[in-house]
Each structure stands twice: as structure tokens, then as C-alpha cells.
Design a protein around this ligand. Sequence first.
Ligand SMILES: [Zn+2]
Length: 445
Amino acid sequence: MTDRPTSTLFTGGRLLDPRTGLDATADVLIRDGRIAAIETGSGRIDAGDAERIDVDGLLVCPGLIDPHVHLREPGQGAKETIETGTRAAVSGGFTTVCCMPNTAPTLDTPDMVDWVAMKTKETASCRVLVAAAATLGRKGEALAPMHAMHAAGAAAFTDDGDGIADADLMRKVMQICASLGTVFMQHCQEPTLTRGAQMHEGAMSVKLGLVGWPRVAEELMLERDLRLDRSIGARYHAQHLSSGGSVEILKAAREDGVPATGEVSPHHLLLTDAACEGFNTNAKMNPPLREESDRRALLQGVADGVITVLATDHAPHTTAEKSRPFEEAPLGVIGVETALPLYAEALVDSGAVDWPRLIAMMTIEPARLLDLEHDGIGSLTIGGPGDITVIDPKFEWTIDADTFESKARNCPFNGRKVRGRAMLTMVAGSSRCNRLSEIDAPIGV
Ligand SMILES: [Zn+2]
């Protein structure tokens, strides 16, 4: 993030600012890396020698934020790096991502938090936040130095990849998070119920002869955590919800005033365990794809405002790893380059939410989760950072994993025809990805 920002005037676009609710045709001026002016109507800003970009017919939004990505550094650079993962994120319209600590070594010391910050400065295309491990080595046995990592800049805590099974340790982690005011993000998976599990426990796992991962393993940990949190009041965030029952549990806790939020990923909104047919390793993930009733309950959870955050759980693996037999292939799918049109399909096309709400769940909601709102991240605020994503909601294209910026190709949506794309992504006033010229000649139309 070292190139010099220039002045840019976006004219004629439909501005969506989820913080103020602004949804109007307006111009926006970016100068010296920050938002310098916003005026509704057109032609009212004296932009001097700024570059003018006509975005008539397009959405102008705060840069998108993904609170759940795996950038695989340090230690797993064959899968992804901070450089390639953030290039992929920018291509998908994201200007801020939060990386998970299940790297090698684990992000469980202040030095590791510093290391990611250093690597981000040297190689990243967008902002990178760190969700640090709450327990040493993510083993769920002993506390990691949470206060020191918070002081080093960790934005959140999680043992993602695993849930914290020990209830006493979980309570301590929540108490520390409450004292720091930092969010704890749980990967809800009761491990004694998922030993050797390969996919959702149901008719398809029986058909394929694979060990099942039952819904109750997610629901049990979520329910336990929310029960613990009733007397603690820590900010608690349930990652990648997959079960319809989890939506009910989260809903009840939120109604009772527990400060809990939940996220969902594109694959759980669009796919079911039927995608595992034929031992398709690109449909192998954790938590697993479930059944149509779960998929519908998750959509309803978003429509009802129970689930308020969208995340990709971008989980890159090498093609060689994903080419192994299903039982041996690693868990996860990539997501940052395809999330926007997939969410549009799942949520806007279905009528669950409209575009302004979709954008809010990808900007201001994750910004609040990660304490970024006061910096102006996640909104269009004068003086705030010039992080802008310009979206063509009508742009039709075909997902082609071979064109991805990510190192990985493990995408279950490869070949799918989709609509909606980030046409320009600007980070701190610098354009990082610009495909506006493709609008006149859309790919795949
Ligand atoms: Zn996880």
C-alpha cells in the first residue's frame, strides 16, 4: 500500500452509505486518500484537476469488509499468501479483510501479530486485520497472551478451525474479551461429536459411506457459549453458521439482550450436501454443507435480521491437496472473488434483502464487529479513508477459477453464470482493481 493516491471524482453513481442510510444519486470526491466531499445531485463539487470517473448506473459503496479469511501466512504459502489473498480480495471488491490464526506457526503471540502487520505493509493490496488465537497453538488448553496481542493490534480473538471445547477456558476467554471490549469469534463445533467426520450427517453421508458431522455439534457449543455469556456480556460472534437450529438459538439470545452476532457464508446459502455427490472435494468444508431446510432457515435468518454479517471463510488449498480422496482432502473453499454475485443471487434475487441491506452486511456490520466504525471504515464519511467499491449489479459473467488472483482453485461455483461484480476497488484513494472498461463488452453475454 505504498503508491501515491490521486484525486478522483466519482460522478452520477447511486451512493449507498449504510451508516447514514443515504441512498441517492450523488458525487463523491476522494483526495489525499480520504473522502473529501459528498454531494447529492450532480455537478456540485468543484473537483479541480481530479480524475473524473462516470459511474452512472453503478453502485458506489464503502469498500467491502470480509471478517473471515484464511491468508495462510506464515507457513502455508503454497496455498495462499498475504500478497495473493489480498489481491484476490481486492478483485472481489474487498478493501479490508480479517485473517484467521490457524497458520504455521499459529498467530498466538504479539510477535506474530506484528509479523502479519509487517508483511501486510510490504505485500498487501488491502487492509488486513488479525484475529489472533485465544489459546496457545489453538489447542484449547492454555490461554494465549491476549492482552499483549490486543496491545499489538489484534482486532478479534478466535481459535477458528476449532471451537474452544473446555467450558472453563471458554469462560475465561469471554471474561478477558469483555474486559478488553474485543469480540470473540467462535467456530462452533463440539469436537466429541465430530470425530472423523467428513460431511453433514444425513442421507447423503449414509449413501456415500462417509462419517457424518451432525448439526447438534454446532448447536450445542453455540447454546453453551450464549448461556455462559449471559452473565459475562462479552461481544460474541458465531462464525459460519450452517444449521437451521443455530439460527433459533442465536435469535433467542439476541432477544434476551446477549451481545451476540452471527455470520453466514455464500456456500451455506446456495448449496446443500447434495454437492458432495460423486465425492466432490470442492464441496468438502467445515462446517459442512447441510440440507435444504437449513439453507432456507439461514436465508430467513438473514431476512429477519438475526444473522447480520456476511463472510466468505475464504479457505485456499492447493489443487494437489483437493485432488486427494474425499476422506483425505482438506476442508474449505475459496470465496473472496465470487462472494458479491453469489450473495446477490442468494439474498437479493430471492427477495430476502435489498441491495442497501446487502451492502450494509458487507460493510458497516463487519466494521462494527471489528471496531472499525470510528475510523470511518465501512461507511462513506467525510474525512474517512477513501475505500470505495463500485459495483455493477447487472454485470453478467461466468465464474472461471483459472482467472482468479488467488493461488487456489478450490471453488465449488466454477462455471456458474452470475450477475453483479465489483468494477472498481479503491483502497485509501488508490485504485487497486479497475474493470470499468468491461462494462460495454461484458464477459459471457
Ligand atoms: Zn471455522
